[in-house]
Structure formats: C-alpha cells, structure tokens
Design a binder for this molecule. Sequence first.
Ligand SMILES: [Zn+2]
Length: 409
Amino acid sequence: MWLALLTVAFVLTVALSTPWDWLPGAQLGRVDPTAGLPPEQIDRIAAYREQVVPVGLLGALASLVLAVFLGLTRRGARLVRRLPGARWWWLQVVVAVIVLQLLGRVVSLTSAIRAEQVRHEFGLSTQGWWGWGADQLTAYAVGVVTISLLALLVVGLWRRVRRWWFPASLFAAALVVAGSFLYPLVVEPLFAHFTPMPDGAVRSSLLALADRDGVAVDEVLVADASARTTSLNAYVSGFGATKRIVVYDTLLTRATPTEIRLVVAHELGHAENGDVLSGTLMGALGAAAGVTLLALIVKSPRTRRTAGYGGPRDAAVVPAVLALVALGSFFALPVHNVVSRAVEARADLHALELTADPGTFAAAQRRLALANLSTPDPPGLLYVWYASHPTVSQRLALAAAWSAAREPG
Ligand SMILES: [Zn+2]
C-alpha cells in the first residue's frame, strides 16, 4: 500500500513537472550536426568514442555483475561472515560496505585506467596519475559513506522497528534532500577549488545578463577544472542557501565571451526553473519508493534463502542490499535521463530566449562538442541509457525550430 502510494506520487511528480514537449507547438526537424565541421575533427571524435565507450561500458558491467554475483548468491554473505567487526552490528555493516565497494572498484580498475589513458591520448585529461588516483580514492570514500548510511538505515531499522520500510523510506528521502543541499559544500570541494569570478568585463556582462533575466545571482564561481581536464562546462548545484552557478576555468580561457554568455544563459535557465530543487524532490520520492521496494525484497524469505543471510540481526544482508541498489540504479538511468534531457532542452530554450541569437547558439554547440569530443549522434541504446543532455543534432534542431517559429510571416 505504502509502496503503491509512493510509486504513484513519484510517477505523477515526474509526469507533471517534466517539460516533455521540448519546444511547445513546433516540430523539431533533423539537422546535420557535422555540417561545416572539418572531417578530420569528426573522425577524431569517432576515434575517441570508439575507444572510450566500450571500455566504460565494460567497467560498468563488471561492477554490476560482481554486485549481483555476490549479493544474489550466498557468496557475498559467506564473505561478510569472515570479515572482522562482528562484535558490533554497525561496524560489521560498515566493514562489509568498505570491502564490497573496494571489490567493485578493483574489477573495474583496468577499464578505468584504460579510459583515463584514452582521455590523455586525446588531450581531454590534463591530470597526472597521482592526481587521478587520489580522485579515485576520494570517489571511493564518498561512495562508502553514502552506501554505509543507506545500509545502516536498512539494517538498523529492521532490527528495531516492525514496519521498518515506512521510516526507512522517509529517511532515504531526507538523505537525498540533505545530500543535494550539502553537495556543493561537502562533495564538490573534494574534487575542485572554487573562487569567485574576478572583476572584469566578463563578470559584469554575466551579472547583467542574470539581472536582465530576473535571477538573483550575486556571484559566479570558477572551478579550477583545468587541473583535470580541457573540457568546457558549467553547472548549477545546491538549492536555497547553497545554490550556486559554477563555470569551469577552461571555459573562461578557451571560449569566446559570446559562448560564455550562452553557456551561462543556459545555467540561468536551470536556476530560474528551480531544476536542482525539482530534481531533488523527484530523487527523494524515487529513493523513498526504491527503499520500500528494497525492504520488501530483502525481508522476503525467498531472497533470504537465495542470498544466504538470516534475519534482521545478520549483517550478511549487506551484499544483497548492494546488489539491489546497483540493479535499481542501473535500471533507473533511462528514466533519469529522459527527464534530464527534457529539462536540459528547456534550459537551452531559455538561453535562446535570453540571448536571441540562434546562429551563435548553433555555432557554439558545434564548437563545444568538438572541444569535449562529444558525439553528435550517439547510437540508440546508448542515447536512451546514458544521454543526460539532448544530442548536438537535437540542440541544433531546437535552435532552428525556435528561430523558424519567430520569423515574421
Ligand atoms: Zn544544463
């Protein structure tokens, strides 16, 4: 009943708050994203994708298969029973998460190293191996903390409360909201340094743009992304008191002032529409429904037999929890991305409205794609599963349709 209620709330929120119609009242045509681009550049993107995509997929698949192998057979439970920390249940849960997450990293390590090598070869990564290793360790630690919180929540409540999926789902939703709020303060500084944009023509022009847009922005932050990458990017994160607009320093050094304005105009669209907050709310409802489902599966006698753990007092349930979370996250990706693409298209539309220069918008999209080696047209399933943004070709079509709708007559 509770699960049904949460699922309906989640589906309704997603259905009603997603701008499904990218450009209301207009038909998006097809635009050749490679038109006017030098063929050797197009070949270079293709060569990069051919090397990096299979490696990335292989790494993701390896961790997923390992999680299922350990969590949905008795092997993971057996492994957890052999780990130290059995004196306190919470310690045993945390040790299990530390070890299982480490194994997940290890099986995908060769893929991760190879992908970084390819990024180096193509000039996309500027990081040394020490820095890269440190980032991997940090990401691992962040993963351990997040997953430990979830596992402690599940096991802790199961031990104490009879209808424990109810408080567990509420806590999971609260964790998502708190996580999204604190992310800019706690997680982002682990991977980059942020400084206020220095005074000057660019800053004044961006603040004037925000002002014209009616978005309250008193600071644009610059991330020292150039220590890691040559790619050009910007984003909005946090909400309420932690809301911020961040641009990569690479954007400031390598893009033209017009391109920077376009990128920031897109981010202002996210800020004005409250995309981070609505994404967080959808995530919170999704997490609540997901954790309720997880609880139902985990407590069922059939799963207990398959995965070889006992009742609520048994920390050997952790591999099963991790496997279900890994499977759930993997199958949630297409849902997340279909919503994300619609929200990104709305931010593009905002940039078009604000700058009223579809020609420059299109040129900038092409140039950004070249700089970031992003493929103009990813194949079907990759698009459905992994594309969080509209493709270059879709963004060009959006600009064309937007300007056609505004032409007189
Ligand atoms: Zn965006």
